[in-house]
Design a protein around this ligand. Structure first.
Ligand SMILES: *[C@@H]1O[C@H](CO)[C@@H](O)[C@H](O)[C@H]1NC(C)=O
Ligand SMILES: *[C@@H]1O[C@H](CO)[C@@H](O)[C@H](O)[C@H]1NC(C)=O
Ligand SMILES: [Fe+2]
Length: 440
């Protein structure tokens, strides 16, 4: 009997060791089933009650507070201060609304507050009454941490992604497109707004558009009407004439938000704006340069192959010359990270491209990767999750990817990234950049 028991214990422990190993390696990872679309019971609110509160950066030391009320007479004022219940400042904003087929939106308020102290908790009230919210603004110096998740939607997996992000320490949320998956059904924009409010009212959410924001009806309704009305970003503050592309600064990082679904050829407004924006960046003050847009340029998944090619042909030389360090994209519902890459090949002076379109939408994951992993592709996996980019100082940043299935602190992929500036690439390219910027 005794030897058998020993053998049994040995087999049990071996199984445990093997199981631990299986969950730790990406290629053997067992993928979970999809989760249900969330149901939101209709809960009528007091007509001035602020709904769907979210904040976004609005130029140096300023924050835009956005919320919706059922009542059209609710004022667009925000009272705020640095102690709970004590509001020693007040700001007046603007409002908008839109109609879409039979749907009429509530009153959408946009109120910019500031100047604000950096890295400070503020308490605020929307419309001068109702519940108190609070947020922490970003620091003015490194370190600074960005949470990144694209293609969110509103399913059980979205909830899980948001829950994970809520448990990490971060300063700004960045979303490379595909927010609500409303897809013409406008009520879904409202339920999405309510779903993200706990996070989006506490940290700035900086978003760019995806295909699910378009909602155009040929000859009848132009694209992005709901998105532009609800998710106003600091485009005016960054010299852009469109909410579909803009830039912002956090600590020593300059972040460029581009539009995959608006014109991007070299005669387009977006391209001219991009050139002007890059020309303004002082790399002494902003050693980190990041770019976000929806459709990835480097993608070895079978899904959405080639969709980013035209934009890449137009804009990659400019981003390369400018020395963009990291590009974050969505659209493909999976995770993939590249080497530094340019023009289809690994290049020590190119950008690290990361596809992070695995926030949790109802369409599910993009399971099929091309059989042959390209030489530039370092890590790829179809699982829901989010990323964290912690910029430690002017030369080093730490990127990590967190699966929803693991505990938040578990990092399934991670890498240290150093700036192109510190490797001498920027100096090398300055001539090329000048040529593009001063060209026609
Ligand atoms: C765990 O997996 C790695 C790589 O797949 C392998 O090299 C290693 O031997 C495994 N360890 C155990 C304890 O099975
Ligand atoms: C930046 O951070 C990295 C990683 O922690 C460290 O090795 C490096 O010395 C730091 N550089 C400076 C200039 O502080
Ligand atoms: Fe998409």
């Amino acid at each position: 009997m005794k030897p058998n028991l020993t053998l049994f214990l040995f087999l049990v422990s071996l199984t445990v060791v093997l199981l631990i190993n299986v969950t730790a390696t990406a290629s053997d990872y067992i993928r979970p089933a999809p989760r249900k679309i969330l149901q939101f019971p209709w809960s009528p609110k007091h007509s001035f009650h602020p709904q769907q509160v979210h904040i976004s950066l609005a130029g140096e030391n300023h924050m835009r507070v956005t919320w919706i009320t059922d009542d059209n007479h609710a004022p667009s004022v925000v009272k705020y201060g640095t102690s709970p219940g004590k509001y020693n400042a007040v700001a007046q904003g603007e409002s908008t609304s839109y109609s879409y087929l039979l749907y009429n939106s509530g009153k959408i308020h946009h109120t910019v507050i500031g100047p604000l102290k950096d890295d400070t908790v503020y308490y605020y009230q929307c419309g001068g009454e109702g519940p108190e919210f609070q947020f922490k603004g970003p620091p003015s110096q490194f370190p600074v941490t960005f949470a990144v998740a694209g293609d969110l939607g509103q399913t059980g997996w979205t909830e899980s992604t948001l829950d994970h992000i809520d448990r990490c320490k971060y300063d700004v949320h960045m979303l490379p497109g595909d927010l609500s998956y409303a897809d013409y059904i406008q009520r879904r924009w409202d339920t999405f707004g309510e779903l993200v409010q706990p996070l989006a009212s506490a940290r700035p959410w900086m978003v760019t558009q995806g295909n699910h924001e378009k909602e155009n009806i040929p000859l009848f309704k132009e694209g992005f009407a709901s998105y532009n009305a609800r998710w106003k970003m600091p485009y005016e503050e960054s010299g852009s004439s469109s909410n579909l592309y803009y830039s912002f600064d956090v600590a020593g990082a300059h972040i460029i938000m581009l539009g995959s679904y608006t014109d991007y050829d070299e005669y387009s407004d977006q391209y001219s704006w991009l050139k002007a924006d890059i020309a303004k960046v002082d790399r002494e003050r902003a050693p980190w340069l990041l770019a976000l847009f929806h459709v990835p340029w480097y993608n070895s998944n079978e899904a959405h192959q080639g969709e980013g090619d035209n934009m890449m042909a137009s804009m990659e030389p400019l981003l390369y010359a400018a020395g963009v360090d990291v590009v974050l994209a969505g659209h493909v519902h999976a995770y993939e990270r590249s080497q530094r890459v340019y023009n289809g090949k690994s290049d020590p002076c190119g950008a690290v491209h990361i596809t992070i379109g695995d926030g949790g939408n109802r369409e599910g994951l993009a399971h099929k990767f091309k059989n042959q992993q390209p030489e530039w592709s370092v890590f790829r996996e179809a699982s829901f999750g989010h990323g964290e980019l912690k910029i430690v100082n002017s030369t080093h940043a730490f990127w990590s990817w967190h699966r929803n299935d693991d505990d938040e602190p578990v990092r399934s992929d991670q890498v240290w990234i150093t700036t192109l500036r510190s490797s001498g690439c920027i100096a090398e390219k300055s001539h090329e950049l000048k040529k593009i910027l001063t060209g026609p």
